[in-house]
Design a protein around this ligand. Structure first.
Ligand code: K7E
Ligand code: CUA
Length: 636
């Protein structure tokens, strides 16, 4: 138990931390026995009391109940599906701690409305919707490094980055040449140099309106490799079939993606016609060398290098697996890629240490498969603990199958072993699942989340639209135990669980934060010192209004503009007090925003209504918060 972890637990455990490896059940069992003996026989001895206290401490440690005022041991990052956002959860309490608007518009923070957020959204600033699926944190040597969370937008073919020091989106790009970014993961080793993601839908590689609906021979799906630091597409790899999910190895050599629709069908019947699809493995070194050597083409008027990774290319290998695989998950041992069958009741286990031989053409693609355990109906995604077990969601069976990877490999060789450890009912129809730190070397086998697509009867009815159900499962013992139901709104696809020791979010903004640096530059050019000045600058029909805020006052309580002016209000929050966030809302103009302590935020609108318009602070900041307001006079 590290120092940080013991901080998280409560007093009793500080004296007696339970030892790693001692199962909770045996611990509890011993305590319960001691207690029972005390009840029937002689009064409890001091030793018995101590044993009971220990047992209670162990119980609390693995309980999902986090007492009021206590903090969670883990951060969870949840995608928000077609709500377009990312949510931060506390694990194990399952309390929603924060929402990070990304591809959506957020009325509370002004995300999508403020100039700062529009700059970050860049060319897609006009898009107000999104579909976020896969949030994954940057890593160093296969462990979360607390720096960034990356997330895809399937709806608008975008990838965004969240800066974990402030938990705000700081970059967003639209990926060219493809459609519908779906599976997204990060390079794990040696560090997250690249974010990898799949363009799911196959489109004509030159998509200029001249392609036809009938001839699909030029339709392609692209694997995308994005530079994580500057958020530019480093290169793309063209494949056969369409790509779905992806993951990276622990050696820094290979990426693997599931591919369904290898038949390149354009309707459902055609898409599921063939019995086999495949996993495409990408050889990073060969791809980088090909880019360096200029062995690429560009398309559609952009300069992103597109490599040819279609069948027969030396950049890729196609491993046939049963039809329509979905999830792709690397075991934290670094030994296996697991492709989840979806339409097949199996998952395919690929031995990563055989990939060198595959790329050297010494073995056949199917020779890399070391197990294909049959788990149940509709396997979608697999998570792992630190004891060699895997947990696979069974969408159709509404279950999670716990299975042992090495036993499945023995069974594949013909040995008579039962690799299934347990099947647990979940409620209902699980998609993704995720274990605590399970996609990293720090997998700790404590918690498993099952993201269930349907809740049916689990909650009070709320009309035809129901919440989904994110279930928390204790996997620290031999058996999975369901401990919590958590209703969620549309639609967490995926999540990940990070130990809190990995993150050190800031409490205040720093004045030189790049998120509002351009606004600070604009003020400088206007000769405005944001720390002290409250000024109106007129520039033709553009008006810039600079004001400060300190609870419960704006530095400027009135200003005048002319009808039709384009008004930019820049607010700098001078409060140095944690948690004192101000807002700015101009009534009847559809603009409002958050200004965090020490931050600068700005929003632009047209003064299209003559007369007096009140503006007010919409984040509760002070006993006199209601009084924190001022007037804009729009002169006709
Ligand atoms: Cu919903 Cu990862 Cu987009 Cu599977 S994906 S369920
Ligand atoms: Cu400032 Cu409310």
């Amino acid at each position: 138990m590290d120092k940080h972890q013991s901080e998280v637990t409560n007093g009793a455990q500080h004296e007696e931390p339970s030892k790693e490896g001692m199962s909770r059940r045996s611990f509890l069992g011993a305590g319960a026995l001691a207690g029972a003996a005390g009840a029937v026989a002689a009064p409890m001895t001091a030793a018995m009391f101590a044993a009971t206290a220990k047992a209670q401490a162990a119980e609390i440690k693995n309980s999902p109940f986090v007492h009021p005022g206590d903090l969670d041991e883990y951060y969870g990052f949840w995608s928000g599906g077609h709500s377009g956002e990312v949510r931060i959860m506390g694990i194990p309490s399952m309390r929603e701690l924060m929402r990070i608007p990304v591809f959506n518009v957020d009325s509370a923070t002004g995300w999508g409305l403020t100039n700062e957020s529009k700059r970050i959204k860049g060319e897609s600033a006009h898009l107000l919707a999104g579909d976020s699926h896969h949030p994954h944190m940057s890593m160093t040597d296969g462990r979360y490094n607390g720096k960034y969370v990356f997330i895809n937008d399937k709806a608008n073919t975008r990838v965004a980055r969240i800066r974990c020091d402030v938990m705000k989106t700081d970059k967003m790009i639209t990926v060219p040449n493809c459609q519908a970014i779906h599976g997204l993961r990060v390079q794990k080793v040696p560090y997250t140099k690249y974010v990898i993601c799949n363009g799911e839908f196959e489109v004509p590689i030159v998509n200029d309106g001249k392609a036809s609906l009938e001839d699909v021979s030029q339709y392609r799906s692209l694997f995308n490799v994005i530079d994580a630091e500057n958020m530019e597409v480093a290169f793309q790899v063209m494949v056969d079939g369409n790509l779905d999910n992806t993951d990276a190895d622990y050696d820094g050599k290979y990426f693997a993606s599931t591919c369904y629709n290898s038949e390149m069908g354009m309707n459902l019947g055609e898409m599921i016609a063939s019995e086999r699809d495949h996993v495409v493995v990408f050889n990073l070194a060969r791809c980088e060398a090909a880019v360096k050597a200029g062995k690429f083409k560009t398309y559609n008027g952009n300069n992103v290098p597109v490599l040819d990774g279609t069948k027969g290319s030396d950049l890729t290998r196609y491993i046939p697996v049963p039809k329509s695989p979905h999830g792709m998950n690397t075991s934290p041992s670094g030994k296996y890629f697991v492709a989840n069958g979806k339409l097949s009741p199996t998952v395919s286990v690929i031995a990563i240490d055989k990939l060198d031989a595959l790329f050297a053409d010494k073995i056949k693609p199917r020779d890399t498969i070391v197990a294909e355990p049959e788990l149940g109906l509709g396997p979608l995604h697999t998570a792992f603990d630190n004891k060699g077990n895997a947990y696979t969601t069974l969408f159709l069976d509404s279950q999670i199958a716990k299975w042992n990877v090495e036993d499945a490999i023995r069974a594949y060789k013909g040995e008579k072993v039962n690799y299934i450890r347990q099947k647990l009912d979940v409620h209902y129809q699980p998609g993704h699942n995720h274990t605590s730190a399970g996609e990293t070397r720090d997998a700790d086998g404590k918690w498993l989340i099952s993201l269930c697509k349907f809740s049916k009867d689990r909650f009070l009815p709320v009309g035809p639209l129901r919440p989904e159900n994110d279930q928390l499962i204790d996997i620290s013992g031999d058996e999975m135990k369901l401990v919590h139901d958590g209703p969620t709104y549309a639609e967490p696809h995926d999540c990940m669980i990070v130990h809190r020791s990995k993150l050190k979010p800031k409490k205040l903004w720093t004045r030189d934060d790049p998120i509002f640096a351009e606004t600070v530059e604009m003020a400088k050019a206007d000769g405005v010192n944001l720390e002290v000045d409250n000024k109106v600058i007129r520039d033709g029909n553009k008006v810039r209004v600079y004001m400060t805020s300190i609870a419960p006052n704006y530095g400027m309580t009135e200003f005048k503009v002319k009808l039709g002016d384009e008004v930019t209000v820049v607010v700098t929050n001078l409060d140095q007090v944690e948690d004192v966030t101000h807002g700015f809302c101009m009534t009847n103009h559809g603009v409002q925003m958050e200004i965090g302590p020490q931050a600068t935020s700005s929003v632009t609108f047209i003064a299209d209504k003559p007369g007096v318009q009140w503006y007010y602070c919409n984040w509760f900041c002070h006993a006199l918060h209601m009084e924190m307001r001022g007037r804009m006079l729009v002169e006709a």
